[in-house]
Design a protein around this ligand. Structure first.
Ligand code: AKG
Length: 299
């Protein structure tokens, strides 16, 4: 990826500070406070876990109170997995992220698309926005098939520990669609490492900080008791502040099937830390019937 020139980085950092503190985020904080969603016990527990640890695990069926959406999402995922399997012919070489990660990322989504409905549902947005204390923007929706590489000995790209750079305390929501064990590249996290957390000061988050810390130092500076490996069954949703240290996708024996939704604050988009929303919605009626928070997430 081409590096952003220093002058542009400084400009965006300054703009981000102004939008976070004065221009973009305060208004979205006020809207969140003014129209605060009533959270279910499951949502409250998830928002509390996020605040305490930077990560929360929730069962999809438990969150949505049934099987209907899970069945729709699984059917759509199966169609993608069939295509991915035919592409995943491993030649033993693994040069770039794109060699181990096959992604589906439709640029245009119909309003009835189940991935979109999941992403802007009261159930998911309620947790993300409660954690952030503001109304967020949904900017990426993808489905991932992680190709196993039995001979891989070194981690590359997001298989290495890193903090995401696009927004302080940004949230990613990953949902497992396969049972994930140690052999299928589980997501890993170090609890308490987001900025503001008890272990947030090591290699601190900054918009354009070097992404990957020296691993030995990171392991020395963070308590082993806070290292978490998310081996979990299909149907597990991971809500995660990815400005805390995380990594994943180092699959050795079995593929991992997972969906991915990314949420940032308005300041991130306005300052250009997150370049743009990566999809558009093919509205038929301008989004009538959506909640205010859902409409905000998509505009
Ligand atoms: O594939 C994974 O489990 C890690 C993904 C990741 O690091 C990211 O999206 O920032």
């Amino acid at each position: 990826m081409k590096e952003t020139p220093l002058s542009e980085r400084l400009r965006r950092e300054a703009s981000y500070a102004v939008h976070s503190r004065l221009l973009a985020n305060p208004a979205s904080r006020r809207r969140h406070r003014g129209e605060r969603a009533e959270l279910s016990p499951v949502q409250r527990r998830a928002a509390e876990d996020l605040s305490k640890n930077g990560i929360a695990l929730v069962g999809l069926r438990e969150l949505f109170g049934g099987d209907a959406l899970w069945t729709e999402l699984s059917d759509s995922m199966q169609a993608f997995v069939r295509k991915a399997e035919s592409k995943a012919t491993v030649d033993g070489k693994r040069r770039k992220k794109w060699d181990y990660l096959i992604r589906r990322k439709p640029p245009k989504l119909a309003p009835e698309d189940p991935w979109l409905r999941f992403g802007i549902s009261d159930e998911v947005l309620g947790i993300v926005n409660a954690y952030r204390g503001l109304w967020t923007k949904l900017v990426e929706i993808e489905q991932w098939y992680t190709v196993p590489y039995p001979d891989a000995d070194k981690r590359i790209a997001s298989q290495r520990w890193h903090r995401d750079p696009r927004d302080r305390n940004m949230v990613k929501v990953f949902t497992y669609f396969s049972d994930v064990d140690e052999d299928s590249g589980p997501f890993e996290y170090i609890r308490g490492t987001p900025p503001g957390g008890p272990h947030g000061d090591f290699w601190p988050w900054k918009p354009f900080n070097e992404k990957y810390p020296p691993e030995k130092k990171l392991l020395r500076e963070t308590p082993t008791s806070e290292h978490m490996t998310v081996t979990a069954p299909a149907g597990t949703i991971i809500f995660c502040d990815t400005t805390g240290f995380h990594r994943g996708g180092f699959a050795r024996q079995k593929p991992r099937v997972m969906s991915y939704h990314q949420y940032v604050s308005p300041a991130s988009l306005r300052a250009g830390l997150q370049a743009d929303r990566r999809f558009s919605v093919l509205w038929q009626n301008g989004g009538g019937g959506l909640s205010q928070a859902a409409r905000f997430a998509l505009t």
